[in-house]
Write a protein that binds this ligand. Structure first.
Ligand SMILES: Nc1ncnc2c1ncn2[C@@H]1O[C@H](COP(=O)(O)OP(=O)(O)OP(=O)(O)O)[C@@H](O)[C@H]1O
Ligand SMILES: [Mg+2]
Length: 451
């Protein structure tokens, strides 16, 4: 770093604060002071500090609270923590919240100077890295998250990079299809746990008993059908990362058990009496408004506060329209099964104008479908789903009629769209070509008629 490092010294002991300010300034840094936590946060929000030297014991706001708030701040400076030497627990907690390093008081100025310089370098490295990787054409940085959007880069990617190396619990928020699971994977992949397992579990898809036995495992005879013992997913995730997907759907009883496991670092298998210890990093995801769920009594406040240490909120696709063409072109490239294609200008315009309620997943499916449907090497507006074109005749809401009749009709429509190409039709219907073949025979359909 060629320019001076901008440092904020937050310490309530005036003499010490001024001494540190003077000494750091003498060593070429640009230094300012704050006398308590609240003031420090204020200064950090308005200024552009590279490094904060943070005393953990302060009035107004404790150092730990300052760290918590900084953890949520995408452009936050690096933090060097100062603790009393009998306060190792606080230091550990601080490191978990993403502090760069800690020094015990009384602090040697030479040592502080070195740590401040290193912290500033780290911050610079992170900034360069994010810009570089997000722009690298063709690369799939951040576990495949593609984006050229400034808000995604500063609020999502940078936050991922900041929290990934810590063991902090992360809550990933966003509408369906915005990429929450992708973010969870990116966090895992950029952590020291990358070589161990990433284990996702959907918290609402299973009945409570089954869910708990999946998550925590069970002992032989714990319930009817538990013929053997079975380790839970928390054990599979030991040393790695557990994704609690759709955590907003978790039943209250399971919430209690989960909270206890997080707080104690131990859990019981269903029917088990021996507490077991695992080292698991938890990432939770949901498209529900958990604050609302909490008010409605569906979600426990203690669990909420426990998992909401750091939240990463994914903006819906309609709020980052500049990503539509980037993602669409990316998906066209990665779906080249039927030859290399490209989007016509008109098709791209239609994609960019649409609202994407199903977000990136809906875009992905629209492109997959268009790639199959398109005849030449260019995707035309007519190859896109009708709702994207705004001419929604919603699937001709065929009410009435037997299930078989509807299925036959659906197959006919699809075959017509792909001019009788059975492979393409099967792909569109998301069924095996052999299954389609059987149905074609069964329903007495003649694909040649559509060619
Ligand atoms: N920025 C992105 N770059 C590339 N692919 C993406 C991006 N965001 C999402 N996707 C893709 O879109 C699909 C949906 O993403 P994902 O499953 O992570 O969403 P989600 O938020 O977990 O959705 P849901 O709430 O429905 O579970 C996936 O196939 C994912 O690979
Ligand atoms: Mg998901």
């Amino acid at each position: 770093m060629t320019r001076p490092v901008r440092v904020l010294v937050a310490d309530d002991e005036r003499n010490l604060r001024e001494l540190i300010i003077r000494e750091l300034a003498r060593r070429g840094h640009e230094v300012d002071g704050a006398a308590d936590g609240a003031n420090a946060l204020e200064r950090i929000r308005e200024g552009s500090f590279d490094v904060v030297v943070l005393d953990m014991r302060m009035p107004q706001k404790q150092g730990i609270d300052v760290l918590r708030e900084l953890a949520q701040m995408p452009e936050a400076p690096q933090v060097v923590v100062m603790t009393g030497f009998q306060d190792v627990a606080t230091a550990v907690e601080a490191m978990k919240l993403g502090a760069y390093d800690y020094l015990t008081k009384p602090t040697k100025i030479e040592e502080l100077d070195i740590v401040v310089r290193k912290a500033a370098e780290k911050g610079q490295l992170l900034r360069d890295n994010v810009a570089l990787r997000a722009h690298a054409p063709g690369a799939a940085p951040f576990g495949g998250i593609m984006t050229g959007n400034a808000r995604m880069q500063s609020e999502v990617l940078r936050l991922i990079e900041r929290v990934a190396p810590t063991d902090s619990t992360v809550l990933v928020l966003g509408e369906s299809g915005t990429g929450k699971e992708l973010v969870a994977r990116a966090i895992h992949e950029q952590s020291a746990r990358a070589a161990r397992a990433f284990v996702p579990i959907h918290c609402g898809a299973l009945p409570r008993e089954v869910f708990e036995s999946e998550l925590f495992g069970h002992e032989k005879g714990a319930f009817t059908g538990a013929v053997g013992t079975k380790p839970g997913l928390v054990e599979l995730a030991d040393g790695g990362t557990l994704l609690l997907d759709e955590i907003g759907e978790m039943e209250p009883d399971s919430q209690v058990k989960l909270l206890r496991a997080i707080e104690t670092g131990t859990f019981f298998r269903v029917g088990g009496t021996r507490p077991r210890r695992v080292d698991v990093r938890i990432v939770a995801a949901t498209n529900r408004d958990l604050a609302e769920a909490m008010k409605a009594g569906d979600f426990r406040p203690d669990l909420y506060y426990r998992i909401n240490t750091i939240a990463i909120a994914l903006p819906p696709l309609r709020e980052r329209r500049d990503d539509v063409s980037l993602l669409a072109n990316h998906f066209v490239r990665t779906n080249a099964t039927y030859g290399v294609k490209r989007l016509s200008a008109a098709a791209l315009a239609a994609l960019e104008a649409y609202g994407w309620p199903g977000n990136v997943r809906e875009l992905l499916h629209a492109i997959e479908r268009a790639v199959i449907l398109s005849k030449g090497d260019e995707i035309q507006p007519g190859d896109l789903p009708p709702e994207v074109l705004g001419t929604t005749a919603p699937a001709a809401a065929s009410s009435g009629g037997s299930l078989e009749a509807m299925e036959r009709q659906h197959i006919l429509t699809t075959l017509r769209q792909v001019a009788g190409h059975r492979g393409k039709a099967a792909a569109l219907l998301a069924i095996d070509p052999k299954t389609l073949y059987r149905k074609i025979i069964g329903y007495d359909i003649r694909p040649q008629e559509f060619m």
